[in-house]
Every structure is written in structure tokens, then in C-alpha cells.
Design a binder for this molecule. Structure first.
Ligand code: FMN
Length: 390
């Protein structure tokens, strides 16, 4: 059974944000996080109301306090049109990565990013949708981020205040097609973080990025999913790099990483089991220690009135694909598998554990269960496994 008690702070933020449109909720959450980043004492008081579950687990070369990690996509920073603008903002002392301090304090382990080499403004118009009944999210944020150099500079100015455990996710520019270019860009992005003196607990290469097709279609916003403003719809596709390309990209990044920072790779949905097997082999040969499975799946947003809006689907509707990937990858590989996709409660996590996952990442659970999602999921999973044993 899902836990929904645990005090005012555990319940109110989820319902508070769910009452707003997805975009307004996202903006409002980032505003709150920015505020809390700047008020560490208030944050410490608040964080005490979010008790963590102690469930140490070693995964992908990292010792985590709990097997639940907040997935990439929330703590990824503001978008900028150019590296010069992003660096100028860092120079002015602007908080370009809202949540860098507050999210780990509240939610525990976090994967920051994905960061691309060059900054990206992301897509305009409606980029977030929510299907609350199905506990499903759709996004086409388009990898908005400040770029690796500015992100590294910003975080390096806060080295002493960074959490003990955190990951960094890097992605190739979704418009890049040339493999050599992707390898060089990701290697350079890695060097920015390492030469800035950062030592994340792990570094994930996101091999499954939204490949944005800028076909614009006029369409009304749907009242069903409460998008805040009318916007053109955009088609997008998510494709995972083929095994040989994934191998080349990860090997290029691995070369730049000190031995103590394990390399993880994140793959996408919609692949045959045989391809997951080949990917697992290719990633192992490239020196990866774990595979995060999976990123969002490109699906039509179920909005009345809009025929062609596609976006990355996450949440409960993604769970079958994520389970298939987890089972296929864990059957084929000795690498640790970190499940991601539709893990909303403890029994979801147990299902993924049974499929071979050692840990899990979550995003949608944060929206549907609140900032305490990782604790709630871990507690439920532990309680249920104790029941099974006794
Ligand atoms: C708004 C949003 C932004 C995201 N951005 C990223 C990203 O930058 N990099 C990445 O690897 N995954 C990104 N994701 C995907 C999540 O990390 C996760 O793989 C996906 O949501 C499935 O998990 P869930 O079912 O728990 O939501 C994003 C997801 C959302 C909802």
C-alpha cells in the first residue's frame, strides 16, 4: 500500500504543485528551490522534516545511502543562448542551477544535468504535460541547460557546499549527427568538470536524447492537460545510440575520467532485447560500471485537439518498457542496472528489483508523491519485503 502520511511537509508540496498547470508548477518549484538554495538555515530546518531511509547499497562503483536516486532533468540549470552569456551570469553570481543545494538536501542523491557542451535554450511554448490519472508526464523541454563550462564553473565555486553524493549527466547536442563530433564534444564537456576540480560520485552519459525535429504545427492548447499557453506542437524522437556508437562515445568520456569517478550510461526505450544485449556488451567494453534504463519514450501526448504533439513520456505508462529493458540488460550483463521509468511506489521498485535492478532513478514520483518520494518508495519497498520474509 502507498504511504501518504508522514506529516504536513510530505503531503502538501505534491498537492500544491498538482493544482497548478505543469509549466507553472515546474516554474514555481524552481523558484522555491532557488530561494531555498540561498537560505541554507531555512533549508536545513526543512530538510529535517524529510527523514531519509538508511538503506546502504553499492551500485555502479558508488556507495549510496539509499537505492533511490532523483533522475536527471530537474537540477539541470537555466538555459542560455551562448556560453559567453552563461559565463557572464556565473561571474555575476547568479544561481544558474536552481536546486543545486536544496534538492539533494531534501531528496537525497541526485543526478544533475543533462549538460551539453554548448548551452541550450530548449524548446519554447508548452513543454510539459501531465496525465494525473495515469501518473504520467510528457515533456519536450529540449535539453535546456547552461552548458558544461558554465555549469562546471558554477559548481566549482560551491565545491565545499556540494552534497557528499551526486552524479553529473552529460548529453551530446541532440542536433549533432557526426559520431566523431559527439565523442569530442562529450570528452570536452567532461574535461570542463574535471579541470574545474569537481569530483562527482558518478558521471552518466545520456545516450538517449530527444532528437528534436523542429517541424512546427499550429494547435490549440488542451484544457485536459492544463498547458499554460497555446503553443506550436513539435515532433521529437528519442533514439538510443547504436551499440558501436555508444561504445565509442563512452570510451571517449572514460578516457577523460579519473579512475575514482565511475562511468554510467543511460539508454532509451523501444529496443529489442537483442539490441539491449549488444548495448550492454558495448558499454562494458567501454568501461561503464552501470546502465541507467531508461530515458523517456517518445509518444503522442494524449491531448484532444492536437494530432501531432509528441513528447518524452515518463511515469507509470513507461513502466512496461522500463521493465523490459531492465530484464533484458540484467540478463545480458554483469553491469549494475539502475532502473528508471514509472517507479512511483515501493512495489514498483520491488518489481524492478525482481527484474534485476540494483537501484532506481525516479522523476515522475517527485511530481505525484512529493519531494519525499525517495523516502516513501524506499520505506514501502522495505516494509513489503519484511512482510514477505516474516
Ligand atoms: C522535465 C523533464 C526533463 C528531463 N530531462 C532529462 C535530462 O536532461 N536528461 C536525462 O537523462 N533525462 C531527463 N529526463 C528523463 C528522466 O530522467 C527519466 O528518465 C524519465 O522521466 C523516466 O523516469 P520517471 O518515469 O520516473 O519519470 C527528464 C524528464 C523530465 C520529466
Amino acid at each position: 500500500m502507498e504511504e501518504n502520511s508522514g506529516g504536513f511537509f510530505n503531503r502538501v508540496p505534491a498537492s500544491y504543485f498538482l493544482r497548478k498547470s505543469p509549466e507553472r508548477a515546474h516554474e514555481s518549484a524552481l523558484r522555491h528551490l532557488r530561494f531555498l538554495d540561498n537560505h541554507p538555515r531555512m533549508l536545513a530546518t526543512m530538510a529535517r522534516r524529510f527523514p531519509k531511509v538508511s538503506w546502504p547499497v553499492e551500485v555502479g562503483g558508488v556507495l549510496l545511502d539509499s537505492p533511490l536516486i532523483l533522475a536527471a532533468g530537474l537540477v539541470k540549470g537555466d538555459g542560455f543562448a551562448s556560453e559567453a552569456e552563461a559565463m557572464e551570469a556565473v561571474g555575476r553570481g547568479r544561481n544558474i542551477i536552481p536546486g543545486w543545494r536544496s534538492v539533494p538536501a531534501i531528496a537525497g542523491a541526485v543526478e544533475m544535468g543533462s549538460f551539453t557542451l554548448a548551452p541550450r535554450l530548449g524548446n519554447s511554448g508548452n513543454v510539459l504535460w501531465r496525465d494525473a490519472e495515469r501518473r504520467t508526464l510528457y515533456n519536450r523541454v529540449g535539453l535546456r541547460n547552461p552548458g558544461a563550462r558554465a555549469a562546471a564553473a558554477f559548481l566549482s565555486e560551491r565545491l565545499a557546499e556540494l552534497p557528499a553524493t551526486y552524479g553529473i549527466s552529460l548529453a551530446a547536442d541532440p542536433d549533432a549527427t557526426d559520431l566523431q563530433q559527439k565523442c569530442e564534444d562529450l570528452a570536452e564537456a567532461t574535461r570542463h568538470f574535471i579541470s574545474a576540480g569537481l569530483c562527482p560520485s558518478w558521471l552518466t552519459v545520456n545516450l538517449s536524447c530527444p532528437n528534436i525535429d523542429h517541424t512546427r504545427l499550429s494547435a490549440p492548447a488542451s484544457p485536459l492537460v492544463s498547458a499554460s499557453q497555446p503553443a506550436p506542437a513539435t515532433a521529437c524522437q528519442t533514439a538510443t545510440e547504436a551499440p558501436d556508437q555508444a561504445n565509442a562515445i563512452c570510451a571517449a568520456v572514460k578516457q577523460e575520467l579519473p579512475e575514482e569517478i565511475p562511468l554510467w550510461a543511460k539508454v532509451g526505450p523501444d529496443l529489442e532485447d537483442a539490441t539491449y544485449h549488444e548495448l550492454a556488451q558495448a558499454l562494458k567494453e567501454a568501461g561503464a560500471k552501470a546502465i541507467v534504463a531508461i530515458n523517456t519514450a517518445t509518444r503522442k501526448v494524449p491531448q484532444s485537439g492536437i494530432a501531432e504533439t509528441q513528447a518524452g513520456m515518463g511515469g507509470a505508462s513507461l513502466r512496461p518498457e522500463a521493465l523490459q529493458a531492465t530484464a533484458a540488460l540484467s540478463a545480458a550483463s554483469t553491469l549494475d542496472i539502475i532502473a528508471c521509468g514509472g517507479i512511483i511506489n515501493g512495489s514498483d521498485f520491488q518489481e524492478f528489483q525482481n527484474a534485476g535492478a540494483k537501484a532506481a532513478q525516479y522523476w515522475s514520483a517527485l511530481v505525484f508523491r512529493g519531494p519525499n518520494a525517495s523516502t516513501l518508495i524506499a520505506r514501502e519497498a522495505r516494509r513489503q519485503s519484511h512482510k514477505l520474509v516474516s
